[in-house]
Write a protein that binds this ligand. Structure first.
Ligand code: SF4
Length: 304
């Protein structure tokens, strides 16, 4: 099974790059590949993952663990309660990162933990320091995860569906923290989600994935105002409130393909209202159609 095929994207410094698609389209495999976290039975047949000019695929596991994961690139997952250790307080877990990456002076580490808690806008840092994960809300736990990432001085954050388990108001607070970190600290973020509304709120650039391939990439303005791939258009129209002039929201017929036996040609053709004969026969390549706008569709000019 080919989980990813010709996937290529760039996350620039100080940019939030959204990676969107339905479940099973290859978003998480892309992020896990970046950090060398795929299962042992996964095979990478080719390509590069360049970070600061170094191909991460060339690095040994020991180097990835010591020099990349944590201190250069960090990742936060959907459910923070399964990422945090239940028998240590929030403060102790952040302090561990600080001792590893910043200072092993006990008093200074303690002060730096409080600074990190303040940076992610957690009220009453001294109180939060002493709390165990089960005493914190989902939004607070997710901010603890970000504080741990900041404590490592990471430059790139990969956030894999980080707000899925949060309610809407907590989600808004969390997104605000990410935006501030991008603005003030020039943090780069790869934000993985299936939620177009979240993409419209915080991303600068968006890559749409379908069936393990890239369907479209553009800046967030073009994705929402000038989508050229029928799948992107379908995602936008299926979310009420993202485009205010849509009277009725629609659904995309069918389901995502199983990659063990994907459809021929364009993998989206069984669900596509624009599909023609060629779509079933030949895979469209990713075409450069405007400044930073790429799309993999034979009939992108007809998509309105
Ligand atoms: Fe639809 Fe054909 Fe474009 Fe694929 S290539 S998205 S099937 S029109």
């Amino acid at each position: 099974m080919k989980a990813l095929d010709n996937v290529s994207l760039t996350v620039k410094k100080g940019e939030i790059h959204g990676l969107i698609g339905e479940t099973g389209c290859g978003k998480s495999v892309t992020s896990l590949t970046t950090l060398g976290l795929l299962d042992n039975n996964a095979i990478i047949r080719g390509g590069n993952i360049l970070y600061k000019g170094v191909d991460l695929l060339e690095l040994k596991e020991k180097t990835l663990r010591k020099e990349v994961r944590g201190n250069e690139i960090s990742m936060i997952f959907q459910n923070p309660s399964t990422s945090l250790n239940p028998v240590y307080t929030a403060g102790e877990q952040i302090r561990e990162s600080i001792v590893l990456y910043q200072s092993n002076d006990k008093e200074e580490a303690q002060r730096l933990v409080l600074d990190e808690l303040d940076r992610v806008k957690l009220p009453d840092p001294e109180d939060v320091y002493e709390k165990y994960p089960h005493e914190l809300s989902g939004g607070m736990m997710q901010r603890i995860m970000i504080a741990m990432m900041l404590a490592c001085n990471s430059n790139l954050l990969i956030a894999d569906e980080p707000t899925t388990a949060l309610d809407v108001s907590i989600q808004a607070q969390f997104l605000k923290v990410l935006e501030e970190l991008k603005e003030k600290e020039n943090l780069s973020i790869l934000y993985i989600t299936h939620d177009m509304a979240v993409i419209s709120e915080i991303c600068d650039v968006v890559t749409v994935m379908y069936g393990g391939q890239i369907a479209e990439t553009a800046n967030v303005h073009d994705i929402f105002n000038n989508p050229r791939h029928p799948y992107t258009k379908g995602l936008i129209h299926s979310v009420p409130g993202v485009k205010l002039n849509i009277e009725e929201f629609e659904t995309i017929p069918g389901t995502v393909p199983r990659l063990i036996n994907p459809p021929s040609g364009c993998r989206f053709h069984p669900r596509c209202e624009y599909a023609q004969k060629i779509c079933k026969e030949k895979k469209p390549s990713l075409e450069h159609i405007d400044k930073d706008h790429f799309v993999a569709c034979y009939f992108w000019e007809e998509v309105k």
